[in-house]
Design a protein around this ligand. Structure first.
Ligand SMILES: Nc1ncnc2c1ncn2[C@@H]1O[C@H](COP(=O)(O)O)[C@@H](O)[C@H]1OP(=O)(O)O
Ligand SMILES: [Mg+2]
Ligand SMILES: [Mg+2]
Ligand SMILES: [Mg+2]
Length: 281
């Protein structure tokens, strides 16, 4: 089914946390398909486990895609299937999706091993939806220590600082962290996947989110692609985010991500102590 078909069937998990039939159907499709091809991996999806046992009807076969032609970096080539943890966000940017901001929506599949993000896919189903005649949708992927594909990586403009952050989960702590880095421009857009894509496309230098709202399925795929492209994603204290299967789902200490070539450590030092203290693990 298309994502748009799910829009009317909206559930409300909390005032700030929505779920649509599109979230549930996309997760059923992705997890059924991955389970079929890779029965020994651990898959953790945003929308819970009970939804994943029933196949949605459309199952994809990864062996038919061009990704199988990609050379695996040597440090990953001997990994056992059992070591792999896949974090699935079937629809990132649900709030924006329900409001018709379709280009903020992404599908995130993050691959981890040894607690680290090692690979990721960001699918942006509605890319170009406002440009009739252009190809609709795009899929970006990356392997840490290997290649990035599906888009041209561009550097952000020099001589200014553009920060991207949440548009639907703001707070005074979120805003204090942004002010502290003195941005020239702030892009408030939806979705963790979409914001990291702005870093990859050279439209923003930094992604600042001093809030516990993001989860591992929001950051695993974007982090892997960003790192493959030379960028950095940590929590707001500068610590690595753990992606092993027993890690808490919530990124309780926030997110700071920087495009390739940016001084991640310098921006971390600018985040005020009261913001860091508000986001204790
Ligand atoms: N307070 C929150 N409650 C639930 N999900 C959140 C919250 N804050 C962030 N998220 C998730 O992180 C993503 C990025 O946040 P934001 O767009 O606010 O920057 C959101 O699209 C949402 O993912 P999802 O849409 O998959 O539920
Ligand atoms: Mg959600
Ligand atoms: Mg999400
Ligand atoms: Mg989601």
């Amino acid at each position: 089914m298309s994502l748009a078909q799910g829009a009317p069937l909206l559930s409300r998990l909390s005032v700030r946390d929505l779920q649509t039939e599109a979230d549930r159907a996309a997760q059923r499709c992705i997890i059924s398909s991955l389970n079929k091809c890779f029965p020994k991996i651990t898959i953790i999806g945003e929308e819970g486990e009970d939804e994943t046992t029933v196949a949605s009807g459309s199952i994809f076969d990864p062996s038919t895609t061009s990704l199988v032609d990609v050379t695996c970096p040597p440090h990953l080539s001997s990994m056992a299937e059992e070591e792999v943890v896949v974090w699935v966000d079937p629809l990132d940017g649900t709030a924006e999706y329900t409001q018709g901001l379709l280009d903020h929506v992404t599908v995130l599949i993050g691959i981890a091993s040894g607690g680290k993000a090692i690979g990721g896919i960001i699918h942006q189903p509605y890319y170009n939806y406002q440009n009739p005649g252009s190809d609709l949708g795009r899929t970006i992927w990356g392997i840490v220590g290997g290649e990035v594909g599906g888009m041209k990586i561009l550097p952000p403009p020099e001589g200014k600082l553009i920060v991207t952050t949440t548009r639907s989960h703001s707070s005074s702590t979120v805003n204090d962290a942004i002010s502290a880095v003195s941005p020239d421009e702030v892009l408030r857009v939806g979705g963790a996947g979409h914001k990291v894509m702005l870093l990859l496309e050279g439209k923003a230098h930094l992604y600042v989110f001093a809030s516990p709202g993001c989860k591992k399925w929001d950051t695993c795929a974007p982090q892997a692609i960003l790192e493959a492209a030379g960028g950095i994603l940590t929590d707001i204290q500068g610590n690595a985010i753990p992606y092993d299967a027993s890690a808490p789902h919530r990124n309780s200490t926030g997110v700071l991500a920087s495009a390739a070539g940016q001084e991640h450590g310098v921006y971390l030092e600018k985040i005020p102590q009261h913001v860091k203290d508000n986001l204790k693990a």
